[in-house]
Design a protein around this ligand. Structure first.
Ligand SMILES: Nc1nc2c(ncn2[C@@H]2O[C@H](COP(=O)(O)OP(=O)(O)O)[C@@H](O)[C@H]2O)c(=O)[nH]1
Ligand SMILES: [Mg+2]
Length: 301
């Protein structure tokens, strides 16, 4: 086992990060709070010698709705990693085993999965393990059945896949007897050495910065694409309105033309009617004239 180990604890506010840090270091060095109100306002680093190892724990503020967009959550990890210049040997993702895995954390996690290499250094610690059962085997059985449950959130299953099913169960608050801490530290060191075997070296702020920059670039691209799509949509909509207007104008013109044609038709009809009437009048006058001439002729004779 190494003589120095650096561990970063992340997770949702109120999931027992600070309490776990205190349990690991066997001292009340991190302030823990009641429920979901964040009592840790910035990342804090503490080192103690545990089982002959200089163990450094970095406790973080934690993810919460107050923190706003995901980038703020990532900034927080960035800052915490900056506290340990040499890099982090392992990242613990603390999850309170007695609490619901909320949709907001699922959202944060889904986005965070894009920073792929962080998870290679990570393992899950299910805190408040006593809430699952009194003995370790009861707790393991309960967590396994929870994970196999059809209603187990997909993001939690994904998280465990991402960390290659590395997890420990820990009761960090209740006094679990003298051997408990030693047993849990044994499991924790086992996790760290497993991570060391699977990774090229400690996880550094630089790795995270690179991944974070890539993430931000991808987000920016996505944002620009969205703006472009919206702009295209706007142009298409404008064109659609213009076409509609033109169609309306054409229809109005067609109706006007039709009315004009009808009016002309009526006028021609009227003129024809007039003509016919006049002709009839003329014919009548002619007949009258002819008949009066015939009677005149008779008189002369
Ligand atoms: N029973 C029990 N309570 C715990 C455990 N871990 C944390 N808590 C309690 O959960 C609350 C939040 O813990 P805290 O460490 O401040 O969470 P953080 O915000 O993630 O740092 C506190 O009231 C703790 O006492 C645990 O393992 N068992
Ligand atoms: Mg805390």
């Amino acid at each position: 086992m190494e003589s120095n180990i650096n561990i970063l604890i992340i997770g949702v506010t109120g999931n027992g990060k600070s309490t776990l840090g205190n349990f690991i270091l066997q001292q009340q060095v991190f302030q823990s709070g009641l429920g979901m109100i964040a009592v840790t306002s910035e990342a804090k680093k503490e080192t103690r010698k545990i089982q002959g190892v200089d163990l450094t724990i970095i406790d973080t503020v934690g993810f919460s709705d107050d923190l706003g967009p995901l980038e703020n959550h990532l900034d927080q990890i960035c800052h915490a990693l900056d506290v340990c210049k040499g890099g982090i040997d392992a990242v613990i993702f603390a999850i309170k085993s007695t609490e619901r895995f909320t949709t907001s954390i699922s959202t944060v996690l889904t986005e965070m999965y894009q920073i792929s290499d962080l998870w290679d250094h990570c393992f899950v610690a299910f805190t408040s393990a006593k809430g699952l059962g009194n003995t370790e085997s009861e707790q393991v059985h309960k967590i396994l059945s929870n994970l196999a449950h059809p209603r187990c959130p997909e993001s939690l299953k994904t998280l465990l896949n991402k960390v290659q099913q590395r997890y420990i169960l820990v009761e960090s608050k209740d006094d679990m007897g003298d051997n408990y801490h030693a047993t849990k530290m044994g499991q924790l060191f086992q996790m760290v050495s497993n991570i060391k075997q699977c990774t090229p070296g400690p996880y550094t702020n630089r790795s995270f910065q690179l991944a974070f920059t890539k993430y931000k670039e991808a987000k920016e691209k996505e944002r620009l694409k969205e703006i472009q799509q919206q702009e295209q949509q706007r142009i298409l909509e404008q064109q659609r309105i213009q076409i509609q207007q033109q169609q309306r104008q054409l229809e109005e013109q067609r109706q006007r033309q039709q009315r004009e044609n009808e009016r002309r038709q009526q006028e021609i009809q009227r003129q024809l009617e007039e003509e016919r009437r006049r002709n009839a009048q003329l014919q009548q006058q002619q007949r009258y004239y002819n008949s009066s001439r015939r009677s005149d002729d008779c008189t002369i004779l």
